[in-house]
Design a protein around this ligand. Structure first.
Ligand code: CP
Length: 352
C-alpha cells in the first residue's frame, strides 16, 4: 500500500487485513515498529480526533509526528493554481508540500470542501492537486468528498458490535444542523456500509438527496458485495428493523453554495433531531453512530448519546487503532511474507 486516500480503492481482503492488524495492535503493542519514522500532519481545517489519534498512534508505534496548521503559527498556503499571490498566502502548496515531505516519511492532509462548487468538490479537485505534489506516502485526513479513516474505524466498530454484513440494515440519516456541512462523511459512511455488503437506506428530507455520483458509487459497491442501497424520506419505513442509525447533517446539493436558499430550506427541519422514538420499529439492539463532533439537542438528543445505543466514543477510539494499522502498512519495514502477499495482490489487480 502506497497511499490511503479512499477506502473503496482497497479490496475487501485488504480491508480485512487492516482490521485484523488494527485488532492485533490494540491487543499487543508494537512500540518499536515505526522507530525513527516521522509523520507530517497538514491541517487546513480544525480537528480534535484526527489530530490527536494520529499523533498518539504514531507515538505508540515508536515514531513521531509534527503538525502544521497553515495560518496558525505557520504561513498561510495558497492551493489554487495560476493565481497572483498578492493576498494572505505567503507560500504555495507546490513548494510547501514537497518541503514538508522532505522532513517526513509520510504526510497526512486534511482539506475540506469549498462548499461553493459542487462539481469541483465531487471531483475532490483541491485534494487531488495536493496529492499530485506529494512525493511520499499520503493519508487522506478528510477531503471534500471522503473521510476514509473515519470509514475504516466505523467498519471496525460495526464488526465489534456484531452488526451483520449481509442483511445488516444500515440507515444513514440526515440530521438538522445550524450550518451547511460537507458531503465527505455521509459519502464515506454510505460507501463503507455498501462495501461491507449491508442493506443501506439513505433517509433524508426533500431537497437533501445525495448527488447521483455518490449514490451510483454506493449502488455499485453494494452490488459487488451482496448488499443494496435505497433512499427515502419516510422515517418509519427507513427504520424498520434497522441495526444502525448513522446520523449526519449535510448541505443541500440542490442549493450548493447558495447559502441563503439552503438555510431557508434547512431552517424548517429542526425536527430532524434523533431521539428515542426514532428507534420504535428498529431492531431491539439498534445502535446510534456519529463521527463526532456532535451537537446535543440539535443533531441528537443527549439522552440517546448517554444511553446504551450510542457507540460514538468507541467509533472515535477505533480511529486510532485502524490508523495505526494504516501507518504500519505504509511505513513498517516489510517482512518477506508481507512482500509475497503484496506481490500476489498486485498480480491479482493486474489480472482483473
Ligand atoms: N470525526 C472526525 O474526523 O473528528 P475531527 O474532525 O475532530 O478530527
Amino acid at each position: 500500500m502506497k497511499r490511503f486516500l479512499h477506502l473503496p480503492e482497497l479490496g475487501n481482503d485488504e480491508v480485512r487485513e487492516l482490521l485484523t492488524l488494527a485488532a492485533e495492535l490494540e491487543r499487543r503493542p508494537r512500540p518499536q515498529a515505526l522507530a525513527g519514522k516521522v509523520l507530517g500532519l497538514l491541517f487546513f481545517n480544525p480537528s480534535l480526533r484526527t489530530l490527536a489519534s494520529f499523533q498518539s498512534g504514531m507515538a505508540r508505534l515508536g515514531g513521531s509526528s509534527f503538525v502544521i496548521s497553515p495560518g496558525q503559527g505557520s504561513w498561510q498556503l495558497e492551493t489554487r493554481d495560476d493565481v497572483v499571490m498578492d493576498g494572505a498566502a505567503a507560500e504555495h502548496v507546490r513548494e510547501a508540500i514537497p518541503v514538508l515531505a522532505g522532513y517526513a516519511d509520510a504526510l497526512g492532509i486534511r482539506s475540506f470542501a469549498s462548499g461553493t462548487d459542487l462539481r469541483a468538490d465531487l471531483a475532490d479537485a483541491t485534494f487531488q492537486a495536493l496529492a499530485e505534489v506529494c512525493p511520499v506516502p499520503l493519508i487522506n485526513l478528510e477531503s471534500a468528498i471522503d473521510h476514509p479513516c473515519q470509514a475504516l474505524g466505523d467498519w471496525k466498530t460495526l464488526d465489534e458490535h456484531q452488526v451483520p454484513t449481509r442483511g445488516g440494515r444500515f440507515v444513514l440519516s440526515w440530521a438538522w444542523h445550524p450550518k451547511a456541512l460537507p458531503l465527505a462523511v455521509p459519502a464515506a459512511a454510505l460507501h463503507m456500509a455498501a462495501q461491507r455488503g449491508m442493506d443501506v437506506t439513505v433517509l433524508r428530507p426533500d431537497g437533501f438527496a445525495l448527488p447521483a455520483e455518490i449514490m451510483a458509487r454506493a449502488e455499485a459497491l453494494a452490488a459487488r458485495n451482496g448488499g443494496q442501497v435505497r433512499e427515502t424520506t419516510d422515517r418509519r419505513e427507513a427504520l424498520e428493523g434497522a441495526h444502525v442509525i448513522y446520523a449526519k447533517s449535510w448541505t443541500s446539493p440542490q442549493h450548493y453554495g447558495a447559502a441563503e436558499e439552503e438555510a431557508a430550506l434547512r431552517g424548517g427541519l429542526r425536527s430532524w433531531c434523533v431521539e428515542e422514538s426514532w428507534f420504535a420499529n428498529a431492531a431491539a439492539e439498534c445502535r446510534f453512530m456519529h463521527c463526532l463532533p456532535v451537537r446535543r439537542e440539535v443533531v441528537v438528543r443527549g439522552s440517546v448519546l448517554d444511553g446504551p445505543r450510542s457507540i460514538v466514543v468507541r467509533e472515535a477510539h477505533n480511529r486510532m487503532w485502524v490508523q495505526m494499522a494504516v501507518l504500519h502498512r505504509l511505513l513498517a519495514a516489510p517482512t518477506p511474507m508481507a512482500e509475497a502477499a503484496e506481490a500476489a495482490r498486485s498480480a491479482s489487480v493486474v489480472n482483473r
